[in-house]
Design a binder for this molecule. Sequence first.
Ligand code: ANZ
Ligand code: ZN
Length: 803
Amino acid sequence: SNKYDFASVEPKWQKYWEEHGSFRASEDHTKPKFYALVEFPYPSGHGMHVGHIKAYSGLEVVSRKRRMQGYNVLFPIGFDAYGLPTENTAIKTGVHPRKVTDDNIVKFTGQLKRVGFSFDWSRVIDTTDEKYYKWTQWIFLKMFEKGLAFRDKTLVNYCPSCKVVLSNEDSQGGKCDICHSEIVQKTKEVWYLRITEYADKLLQGLEEVDYLPNVKLQQQNWIGKSTGAFVNFAVKEHADEKLRIYTTRPDTLYGVTFMVIAPEHPIIQKYRDSIANIAELDAYKTECAKKSEFERTQLVKDKTGVKIDGLTGINPVTGKEIPIYISDYVMMGYGTGAIMAVPAHDTRDYDFAKKFGIDIIEVIKGGDISKEAYTGDGEMVNSGILNGITNKKDAIAKMLEVLAEKGCGEKGVQYKMKDWAFNRQRYWGEPIPIVYCPKCGMVPVPYDQLPLRLPPVENFEPGKDGESPLAKIESFVNCKCPKCGAAARRETDTMPQWAGSSWYFLRYCDPHNDKEFASQEALKYWMPVDWYNGGMEHVTRHMIYSRFWHKFLYDLDLVPTSEPYAKRTAQGLILGPDGEKMSKSRGNVVDPNDVVDVYGADVLRLYVLFMGDYEKAAPWSDSSVKGCKRFVDRIWALQDKVTDSDSYSDALRSKMHKTIKKVSEDIESMKFNTAIAAMMTLLNDIYDAGSITRKEFRDLLVLLYPFAPHVSEELYQLIGCEGVLSEQEWVTYDEALCVDDMIEIVVQINGKVKTKMNIPADAEKEAVLEQAAADTKIMEATAGKTIIKQIYVPKKLVNFVVK
Ligand code: ANZ
Ligand code: ZN
């Protein structure tokens, strides 16, 4: 046969699909629906990465299969286009971010289309389009109305290099998520979204969704629910004062020998005039400000701190006076910013007490507190009424009763997650639609005046000291108060990068609606997303944020489901051929365009799914790409082996059905590599048999179609099948033909027959030996003995030599 010319076949079918609207989701709501979502790309100047191709290829296969199974499939794509990389490129090159974004979107679109993804291109979203961000602002104002968007002046994470305030999610590990610089703490008044109000709902909701276990776990840890108690300690020098602490271990109250408060704790400022060593405390606080919260929470053995000379705590159950220290291991942003320290049973407190020579009182038996803190369970001692209790739960309950009686403490819950610092001091983002009026205070821009447009200016460089570039644009800043008409000023911070992606999955349901963010009708039909696939790096950022926005809208009765995503999976990274993460600086990045140029899109698509387990990281291998190319060429050459007769061997027929079953099932569990391997094996068997019937070749093309749609469509026509492949139904299999032929073999021990067993005729040696060893008779006969040799005579016998 002729050589396969992918360079003409692939564009031909892409054109056909586009012209026929083959992948448009229909608004016929009587059909069963399937909503497949992939994380929309950030259109950076680097263009697409092979990682994007792998990320999208998984649900691409599932979507193509679902259409063949009769579903109305929504598989949309768009661009998450606000953010710093574009703005930084714009500053460097002098090209406006609008133009940079538009150019990059054109580039990405071309690349995605070349790979032949079956996206519904009529629903594309661009988060920087004013028709889109109008609704991002609208949702923000709803949050403002409900008190969930607010301003606060506290310590923020600040990136000195990007000159922006970052949320906790954007500064994980103490590093800027954008440029990887070290984060510093800074006191600044900024916008927040009260995501903590949804902490419990975000946690509870995980019980009703089908997420990868690791995705669930990471979210649970990020939310970090902790149950304990708040306890008020009296302060000896100030009769009216109460120093409130948070503890998970109120049962250890008798073991408290000191207290620690965060260096930023306001009680210090309140009594600074009566604190003798205030200068020393101030100096220590200044030192702490240089550390990131991440550094402060690291378990360093060598603790630092300063004793407050002028404030003394009183233990509410023992009445004993205890010293109060400041130390950087206590964080102002968690609990109350103050702790009761129990050195005998808390490692951080133990290290601190050793260093500062403070008493260590054992209250739980079981360890050796002369060596280290004992954090396990045991009998309570030195604890008054708690003495003798051996169960932590009981001891905590008893202590909570005592605290309640004394009126100095109660049960409490804390979350690790903090409110979302929702702001950027940069140009390329959604303007926050709030006006500051000297008379009325903060006033929202009226809904009917949205979108509040980002002014198209020439100069968008960030100001000194982290001031937003919008602040310099008089025509933007100066405005009239929407309420009273007085001269007022606009908010000049913009929204952070994650705003637009917090609700994009809703917009896809009804992307051209200019009356609502999406109609209720469309939302009721399409939501929830049936299957969402994306990267693990988004699990504690975008995934949490978008679930929060969705739940907020659910509480306003604006979306029909309490969770946005019914199912969430994640793909593994593609590493360079050197096994390292692909990066510009290492020079090991593979450009998908180069692969398509040389091998075609089908080979690229097959390869990214064949390279290993979908959810695991795997290195790029050129020889493996060539293997996929060979596979496509051999499929192509199969057209010469098609016979018109219906005669084929029963063995091949059974293999065909087994392959249909395997590919059908493997796609559902994202085992794309084994699905492709099964098709490769079948192809070998067909070549061994010498010919294939038209019907069977057709079925094979259906199986191959989701992975390599171009060559499959072309061959489908070439062998004379009716219509186009993309409009056919998924293939079914006969379960009876998938059953393996069984044969009987004997199992011996030291050459003597012990039992007989049935095995599949084509079973591998390993499997047979395993099955034999697990047989009850064999297990009994080998108990306490060692198998020194295992012999398998194919299809006849297994012999274990034992001693
Ligand atoms: C006394 C105690 C005794 C504690 C003991 C632990 C063990 P999670 O589980 O993370 O909620 N803590 C409270 N607020 C803190 C803050 N702002 N910065 C640093 N540490 C703080 O842990 C809560 C425990 O961490 C609290 O319980 C408190 O120490 C400390 F044997 O109180 B514990
Ligand atoms: Zn940065």
